[in-house]
Design a protein around this ligand. Structure first.
Ligand code: DAH
Length: 343
C-alpha cells in the first residue's frame, strides 16, 4: 500500500512541476496525465490489486490527483488563450507592405516591340509563318537550288525521318508564304524564332530571332530599300545614325547587300565594339530575285521588290551593349533587372 501511495505522490509532483509554456506542452501534459493512456488512468487500473480495506483511501488519493491535474490543465489552457489574445492578432496590420516584386519585360521583347512600332508606322503589316518548315519555303522557293552550296551557309536542323522538313533557318520563309497567299502590292514584316545547328557561345546560338521585311509593288527600287532602312535605323538607334551597304550574296536577292550602321558607342571613331572600323553589321538586304517571283507566280515584269533580314539578338546587343548572347536565355535577374521599367 505504501508503495502505491508513493507512486501517487510522484505523479502528483510531476503534475505540479510539469513546465507548460505553449500549446504543445499543454497537449503533452494532457497525454501524459489525463488522457486515456495517461498516468492517472494507469493508477486507477491498480485498484484491483489493492487490499479491499485500503481501496477507499487509495481511491480518494487518486481522485484528488485527478482533480489537481484537471485543474492545472484548465488554468494553463485559459492562461495560454489569454496570452494569445494579449499578443493581438497574428498579423500586424500596422506593418508597411512588402513591395511587390515586379517582373521586367525581356530585353528582346522590348526591342521587338520598338521594331514592330517603327515598321508599322512605315506602313508594313505584321505577318507570321511556321517555325517547322518544308524545304520549299525555307530553301527552294527562295532560289536555293538543290544541292547548291548556298544551302550550307546555314547549318540546318532536319527532321530525321522527313528530310523535306526543317526547323526554319531564317524568317525569309515567310516571304514565300506571303507571296503565295496574297497578290502584290505587299508590304509586310515578320519577327520570329529561327534555328541553326550551331554550338552555343557568346556570339552564336542555335535558337535566335530574325526580323524579315519586304515590299513588292510596281517600280520599287533600291532607293526605296535604302531610304526605308535608313529611316528604320534612325528611329531605332537614334537620329545621328548613318547606314552603309556592302555588296554581298544571297540566293533570293539580286543585287544583295549587307547593311552596317555607324557604331553607336564611338560614333564612328572606332572602338572595340566595332573592331575599330566605325561600323557594325545589322543584317542583309537586296532586291527580290526574279526567280523568287517566278516560284510564287508573281510577274517579274510587272513587279519589283526589296527585302531585308536582321537578327533581333544582334540589334539588342548593339542597342544595350549586351556582350554575351547567352545572357538572353539564362534568366539571371541581375541582367533582367537592368531593363526594369522599359516596355
Ligand atoms: N535570310 C538571311 C539570313 O538569314 C537574311 C536576309 C538577307 C534576309 C537578305 C533578306 C535579305 O530578306 O534580303 O542570313
Amino acid at each position: 500500500m505504501m508503495e502505491i501511495l508513493e507512486k501517487v505522490k510522484q505523479v502528483q509532483q510531476a503534475v505540479e512541476s510539469f513546465p507548460i509554456d505553449n500549446k504543445e506542452h499543454l497537449e503533452a501534459f494532457r497525454r501524459q496525465f489525463i488522457g486515456q493512456k495517461g498516468a492517472i488512468k494507469g493508477l486507477m487500473g491498480e485498484m484491483k490489486n489493492i487490499a479491499p480495506e485500503n481501496r477507499k483511501t487509495f481511491g480518494q488519493e487518486v481522485n484528488k490527483l485527478k482533480q489537481l491535474a484537471e485543474e492545472r490543465f484548465k488554468t494553463l489552457q485559459d492562461s495560454l488563450i489569454e496570452t494569445k489574445q494579449a499578443e493581438g492578432p497574428a498579423v500586424d496590420l500596422s506593418l508597411p507592405v512588402i513591395p511587390q516584386q515586379q517582373g521586367t519585360v525581356h530585353p528582346l521583347t522590348i526591342v521587338k516591340n520598338q521594331i514592330v512600332q517603327i515598321l508599322e508606322r512605315m506602313g508594313f503589316n505584321q505577318s507570321d509563318g511556321p517555325e517547322i518548315e518544308d524545304d520549299f519555303h525555307n530553301f527552294t522557293g527562295l532560289n536555293f537550288p538543290e544541292n547548291h552550296p548556298a544551302r550550307e551557309m546555314q547549318d540546318t536542323f532536319f527532321i530525321e525521318k522527313h528530310p523535306d522538313i526543317v526547323l526554319r533557318t531564317h524568317t525569309s520563309s515567310v516571304q514565300i508564304r506571303q507571296m503565295e497567299a496574297f497578290p502584290p502590292p505587299l508590304r509586310t514584316f515578320s519577327i520570329g524564332r529561327v534555328f541553326r545547328n550551331e554550338a552555343i557561345s557568346a556570339r552564336a546560338h542555335c535558337i535566335f530571332h530574325q526580323i524579315e521585311g519586304f515590299f513588292i509593288d510596281t517600280n520599287v527600287s533600291f532607293v526605296d530599300l535604302k531610304q526605308t532602312l535608313f529611316h528604320f535605323a534612325k528611329e531605332l538607334f537614334g537620329d545621328d545614325t548613318k547606314i552603309r551597304f556592302r555588296p554581298s550574296y544571297f540566293p533570293f536577292t539580286e543585287p544583295s547587300a549587307e547593311m552596317d550602321i555607324s557604331c553607336r558607342i564611338c560614333k564612328g571613331k572606332g572602338c572595340n565594339i566595332c573592331k575599330y572600323t566605325g561600323w557594325v553589321e545589322i543584317g542583309g538586304a537586296g532586291m527580290i530575285d526574279v526567280n523568287v517571283f517566278k516560284n510564287c507566280n508573281i510577274d517579274p515584269e510587272a513587279y519589283t521588290g526589296f527585302a531585308f533580314g536582321m537578327g533581333l539578338e544582334r540589334i539588342t546587343m548593339l542597342k544595350y551593349q549586351v556582350k554575351d548572347l547567352r545572357l538572353y536565355t539564362e534568366n539571371d535577374l541581375r541582367f533582367l533587372r537592368q531593363f526594369r521599367g522599359m516596355m
